[in-house]
Each structure stands twice: as structure tokens, then as C-alpha cells.
Design a protein around this ligand. Structure first.
Ligand SMILES: *Cc1c(COP(=O)(O)O)cnc(C)c1O
Length: 709
């Protein structure tokens, strides 16, 4: 089976390789490849949303012909193309011995979302970016992994703030033919369409593929003519609220996804479930073995020893529970195929403390996967406590849920200028060995002036980008002046800048720093040593409490008493996230413990030199060294937790962060601050890299799971 080669009629023969590069997201984490597109036409590249497929479609023949005759461009092109081919064709990754350990067999990775690039909006938040970073790292390391997910053609919600500060949503439809995805085709040239087994009336999915370096991600799309409208809507958007449709979505993801791999002839010996949404894939693994004549218990044993489940959150809404009547409706003909009765089937998904609530996808995945993990050391503990009820005979410490702390894909999240700086001082091959802490000791070689200059340049870039958005709203939509100011028009790069960018789930307490407005105003309006805070983030469209928090922040940002030093950047997405994690001075993180299982945005900021001002939760419990940022909220807090935590933030700002930042040498360099930046990069970058994370998955789970196959 093949994927369709897209036709770009304007592309001259000398540059056909651009098509190859544009069709593989490899370009997204290789700055030289991105530059190849940007060089064609800077403005068009921006206007296409940095989507090379769209760019190549839309650029006029003359522009491309000119590039084909430009020796400078061609030199660049030839280098990138040969690197690309070498990188993709290379059988072994950077990890040949471990790669060999995996026996060349594939691991199937299932996730409901993938954050890969802003031109492919198949994500809601952190879970998706974690999955995207996982795939990219598996490609870099040569891990034989194949991924399955949804396309969500209507699912992308853009954020529009109204004049009154309330978040409105604008749905955006994906233009499938102008995205970095391709149809998977049969021999006769028609797109592969798969019927989801066991569901009547039938649901069909069309299969798409996107190449993430060496890893293939198969995307399912139910929006095809073969399906009735209800079925067409299954993959329309992420995490549908309606329970039955949500159940159907998860049936398609788990059962349909397995069928897609089977249809394409992709063998996989192990399964990795990124969160419980795809857990029905486990049923298909059971059924396949039982059909081959295996007994139920033996099949269960085999599936256990080859399946990995990663749980991502202690927040209750993050765990799907489907009422039994719905399960009955969709699975009454399924359990006989496993040779078990209704009760045995339902017991697989029973939560012992809430036996009547329904079929719990997390409980199910924990029971049927033999390898289980939380996403930080602390979250491992929290998960063991949460799920001890599934192992009532074991003490909490021995509950078989391990942890692998999350990490971020370094080539994706590092600012290209920082990468160049590291090339200069850590050695040109530092990226090949970036989970090695010794490599990072060379950060000490960077002169303070040089690191500070690049940081300052990144901060200007962030502020320019935010002002530009705000200017567009002002010019195009005729928003009020105060609206434009709240969007960040008065931001000043010389001011100490805190960043808070993440989803506006209430447990993240975005407005905590607004707890005592009088205190905050003093910080913002200090004549000599002011601070400014940039907020960005979306509330879930159904989350009114989250929207109220957002509104409160936005309206505060409009208040002249805040001096224009609070800003809310609209429409948080991967691109805004990039600017934020590159450019702020301090990354603020104050969720309600222990709700933040890990958090990853702070790791991205740390990689680029921004220290954390963070509560003791998630990854920061492992990340804090005493010298690389600031911490509060340790131990139990009695009484008003918000007040105590806000007070801690104010005190750290007043006594530590502000004086440190504004203590500059005669030539304007805050040497003590740069000291903290260096400690931040050194201690956090190697440990919280996706490289370290994927290697741990290989060691702890992938290798033994493939052995168990
Ligand atoms: C990294 C990232 C996230 C995850 O952030 P958390 O720290 O887990 O809140 C969410 N959205 C985007 C766009 C990101 O890049």
C-alpha cells in the first residue's frame, strides 16, 4: 500500500525534492529545512501558517523557477535534501544497540491526540504534545514504532476574546489537501477505507498517514460519504461531550485503529496506550488470541505481558467512565467472542470504589496492561494511591504502577539561535548526545554577555509577536483601545517578564497571582524595578469556571491601574507556546497540588534558559536543585491554600527574583541572573528531554514487552 504523491505542478524538476521534504514532518524540527521554505518567500511562509505543502501549492511558478536558478538556494537545498534522505533511510537510529534489542518488531502507539506542529491541529493540550514529542524522539532514536490517532477535521477551536473578556470559540476546518498528510491508497488508487469491526450499523474510517521522520502516524477520518451523519461526526472533534458519541469515538480509536493496522499489514508485538481513550485496543488483542484458539486466561496473560499503559492525570474528568447500558448496547455481541459472560466483561472495567458508575477506562487499562506508569515520580505515587483499590492485597508502595517522568523533544523546543549558541560551546554534535549531563557542563563556557544577549533577543521576539497580534486585532477588528492594550501593546522588553501559558483548567489557578491586587499593582508599577506578566491559554469550550478565570485576568489587563504590564495573548497554540517558552524571564507554575501530574511547558522554558517559579508539584519535584529557580508550597498547607501560595509568590518575587534580575553590572549584564539561567539549562535540559524519556520507556517497558511477545 502506498501513500499518494501530491502533485505540485509549479515545482521545477531541479527542486522536486522539496515535495519529499514537505511531506515529512522531519522538516518541522530541522531549522535548516524550515529555512528552505522560508527562503522561497518569507511573507508567504508566514501567511501559510508555516505549512510547506500549502506554500508549495500556492507559490507562483516564477518564484520557484527563480529559486531553481539561484546557486545560493540550490546549495542549501542540496545539503538539506541529502541530510533528510540520510536521516530517513538510515536503518539504525542513534541507538543501534538498543534498537537491535527491540528485535526489529513494532510497537503500536495509540493516542487520542498528537501535537506535532501548528499546521496540524490534532491536539488539545499537553497530552498531545507529549505524544508528538514521543514520536519525534522515536524517529530520532530509530525506535520501531507506529502510531494511530484521529484527524479531527473540524476539531480545532480558535480562541477569540470578546470585548467583555469572555472567551468565544471559532471552529476551524482543516483543509486536508493542503496539510502535511496524505491519503493511504490501495493498489487500485482508491483511498483505504476500513470498516470498524463489531459495530452495527457499521462505521467506516478513511485512512490518512503523516510521516514523522521515520515514524508513521495513521490518522482515521470518519467524515466520508459512506457514513451517515452521526457516524461522520465521530472524528469531527476531540473529546466529544456526548457520552454515547464519546464511547463510539473510543471504539473507533481502539478497535478501528487496530483494524487499520491489520488491514495495512502492520504487525505489532507490543502496544503502548497513551492514556485510556484507546484502551479498547486491548480487547482486540485479546480477541485475536482467543480466535487463534487460546484460552481466555492465557490470552489475558499474553496481552498483559505485551501492553503498556501510561496514565496522565489525577483529575477525575481525565478518566472516562461509560454507563453499563451504553456498554451493553455496543458490546453485547463482543464478549461472547472472548468466551466470557457479561459480568466478567464488565468487571474488567470496574472501579472498586464506584462499582455502579460504569465501565472505567483507566481501571480497565490498568487491569489488562502489565506495564503501567505515571508521568513523574510524584505522579507515580499519586497513581499508586489512587488505584491501590485494584490491588487490595498489596501495600500502597507495592502497587505495580511505575513512573517515567515526561520530557520534551529538544530539537522541537529549542530556539534556533540557542541551538547555534550551543553548537558553538557544547560542540557541534551536542544534539546527538543531549541526554548526557556531562555535555551540558560546557554551558559554563558561554560568556554571560553572549547568553544574555540571545535571551534578550528572544524576549524581544516574543514581545514583537504579541504586539503584532494585538495590532492586527486593533486594525482589522476595530477592538477598543483598552482591548489592544490588554493584548500586550505596552509590553516592554527591559522589564522582568513572567510567563504563564497553559490550558485554563481551574486546577492550574491561572489567576492566583491576582489574589491580592494591591500587592500585585505595586510590583507592576514599581518605578525602577517593575515586573510584567504575559498570560496565554484556552479554557475548554465547556468549562465556564475556566472562562471566568480567563475573563478576570483579561479585565485586569485592561485596567489602567495595572499600567499595561499585564497582557493576555490570544489563541494559545504551538506557535504562541514557542514564543513564550523562548522569551520569558521566569516561568510561573502554580497548580493545586497534586493535580499536575507532570507539566511539560516549564521544561521547554528551562531548555531555553527560563528558570521556574513553581509550586512543588509534578516534574518540578525532580527538577529543582536549589539553584535553578524558586519553589514554594512545600508540605501541607492548612487554611486558605490560595492565600498561602499567593503570599509565597509575592515574597519570592520581592526578596529574591526582582533584586536578582535588576542587579546588573556596569555593562548592563545581570551576572547573578545569568548564573541561575545556566544552572537551569544544565540541570533541566538533559533530564527532562524526550531522549531520556524514550530511553526509559525502552528499558523499562518496550524491551521486556517485546520479549514477552
Ligand atoms: C507544552 C504544551 C502544553 C503542555 O503544557 P503544561 O505544562 O502541561 O500545562 C500545552 N499546550 C501547548 C501548546 C504546549 O506547547
Amino acid at each position: 500500500m502506498e501513500t499518494v504523491q501530491r502533485q505540485f505542478p509549479n515545482l521545477p524538476p531541479r527542486l522536486v525534492g522539496l515535495e519529499e521534504i514537505a511531506s515529512n514532518l522531519w522538516w518541522s524540527w530541522h531549522p535548516a529545512a524550515r529555512m528552505l521554505f522560508k527562503m522561497l518567500n518569507r511573507q508567504a511562509w508566514k501567511e501559510c501558517g508555516h505549512n510547506p505543502v500549502k506554500l508549495l501549492k500556492e507559490l507562483p511558478k516564477e518564484t520557484l523557477a527563480a529559486a531553481a536558478n539561484d546557486s545560493d538556494y540550490l546549495r542549501h537545498y542540496d545539503v538539506v535534501l541529502s541530510r533528510f534522505r540520510k536521516g530517513i533511510e538510515q536503518e539504525e537510529g542513534l541507538l543501534p544497540s538498543r534498537g537491535a534489542d527491540l528485535n526489529g518488531e513494532a510497537i503500536a502507539y495509540f493516542s487520542a491526540e498528537y501535537g506535532l506542529h501548528h499546521s496540524l491541529p490534532f491536539f488539545a493540550g499537553g497530552l498531545g504534545f507529549l505524544a508528538g514529542d514521543h514520536l519525534k524522539e522515536c524517529s530520532d532514536l530509530g525506535v520501531p514504532l507506529v502510531a494511530v490517532g484521529f484527524m479531527y477535521p473540524e476539531g480545532y477551536v480558535r480562541q477569540r476574546i470578546r470585548e467583555d473578556g469572555w472567551q468565544d470559540s471559532l471552529d476551524e476546518t482543516l483543509d486536508r489537501d493542503a496539510a502535511s498528510i496524505s491519503r493511504v491508497l490501495k493498489a487500485d488508487g482508491e483511498q483505504v477505507v476500513v470498516k470498524v469491526p463489531w459495530v452495527e450499523p457499521p462505521i467506516h474510517v478513511a485512512v490518512w498517514q503523516t510521516a514523522v521522520g521515520k515514524v508513521s502516524l495513521y490518522l482515521m477520518d470518519t467524515d466520508i460519504e459512506l457514513n451517515d451523519p452521526w457516524n461522520r461526526g465521530i472524528s469531527a472533534r476531540l473529546y466529544i461531550g456526548d457520552l454515547e458519541q464519546r464511547l463510539r469515538q473510543e471504539i473507533v480509536l481502539g478497535i478501528g485503529g487496530t483494524e487499520v493496522l491489520d488491514t495495512l499489514g502492520i504487525k505489532h508485538s507490543a502496544l503502548h496506550l497513551n492514556e485510556g481513550h484507546a484502551a479498547f485496543a486491548l480487547l482486540e488483542r485479546l480477541r485475536e488470541r482467543i480466535q487463534r484458539g487460546m484460552g481466555y486466561e492465557e490470552a489475558l496473560h499474553q496481552v498483559r505481558s505485551t501492553s503498556i499503559f501510561t496514565t496522565h492525570t489525577p483529575v477525575p474528568a481525565g478518566h472516562d467512565v461509560f454507563p453499563f447500558y451504553l456498554m451493553e448496547k455496543y458490546f453485547h455481541s463482543y464478549w461472547p467472542s472472548l468466551g466470557i459472560d457479561r459480568d466478567t466483561f464488565f468487571r474488567l472495567g470496574l472501579h472498586p470504589k464506584e462499582p455502579n458508575a460504569g465501565f472505567n477506562m483507566t481501571a480497565f487499562a490498568l487491569r489488562v496492561c502489565g506495564f503501567r506508569n505515571g508521568v513523574s515520580k510524584k505522579h507515580g505515587e499519586v497513581a499508586r494511591q489512587m488505584w491501590q483499590c485494584l490491588w487490595p492485597d498489596l501495600p500502597e508502595k507495592e502497587v505495580p504502577i511505575d513512573h517515567v517522568t515526561n520530557g520534551v523533544h529538544v530539537p522541537t523546543w529549542i530556539e534556533p539561535k540557542m541551538e547555534l549558541l550551543f553548537n558553538k560551546y557544547l560542540g557541534p554534535d551536542w544534539l546527538d548526545d543531549h541526554d548526557n549531563p556531562f555535555v551540558w557542563e560546557l554551558i559554563e563556557e558561554i560568556p554571560d554577555e553572549e547568553l544574555w544577549k540571545i535571551h534578550y533577543w528572544m524576549k524581544i521576539k516574543l514581545i514583537d509577536a504579541i504586539r503584532d497580534r494585538s495590532r492586527m486585532r486593533w486594525a482589522q477588528d476595530r477592538v477598543s483601545p483598552s482591548f489592544a492594550l490588554a493584548g500586550g501593546a505596552l509590553l516592554d522588553p527591559s522589564v522582568l517578564t513572567l510567563g504563564f501559558a497553559r490550558r485554563f483548567a481551574t486546577y492550574k489557578r491561572a489567576d492566583l497571582i491576582l489574589y491580592d491586587m494591591q500587592r500585585l499593582k505595586k510590583f507592576l508599577n514599581d518605578r525602577w524595578r517593575p515586573i510584567q506578566i504575559i498570560f496565554a491559554g484556552k479554557a475548554h469550550p465547556a468549562d465556564d469556571p475556566g472562562k471566568r478565570i480567563l475573563q478576570r485576568i483579561f479585565n485586569a489587563a485592561r485596567d489602567p491601574e495595572m499600567g499595561g504590564r499585564l497582557a493576555f495573548a490570544e489563541d494559545y497554540d504551538e506557535q504562541v507556546a514557542q514564543y513564550m517558552v523562548h522569551g520569558v524571564d521566569v516561568w510561573l507554575n502554580n497548580p493545586l497540588p497534586p493535580m499536575e501530574a507532570s507539566g511539560t511547558s516549564g521544561m521547554k522554558a528551562a531548555l531555553n534558559g527560563a528558570p521556574q517559579l513553581s509550586i512543588m508539584d509534578g516534574w518540578w519535584l525532580e527538577g529543582f536543585s536549589g539553584k535553578n529557580g524558586w519553589v514554594f508550597g512545600e508540605g501541607d498547607v492548612s487554611g486558605n491554600r490560595d492565600q498561602a501560595d499567593a503570599e509565597a509568590i509575592y515574597q519570592i518575587l520581592e526578596n529574591e527574583i526582582i533584586p536578582l534580575y535588576y542587579r546588573v553590572s556596569e555593562n548592563g549584564i545581570p551576572h547573578d541572573w545569568v548564573r541561575v539561567m545556566k544552572d537551569t539549562i544544565k540541570s533541566n535540559a538533559p533530564r527532562f528531554s524526550a531522549r531520556r524519556m524514550v530511553k526509559e520507556y525502552i528499558e523499562k517497558f518496550y524491551t521486556p514487552a517485546l520479549k514477552g511477545a
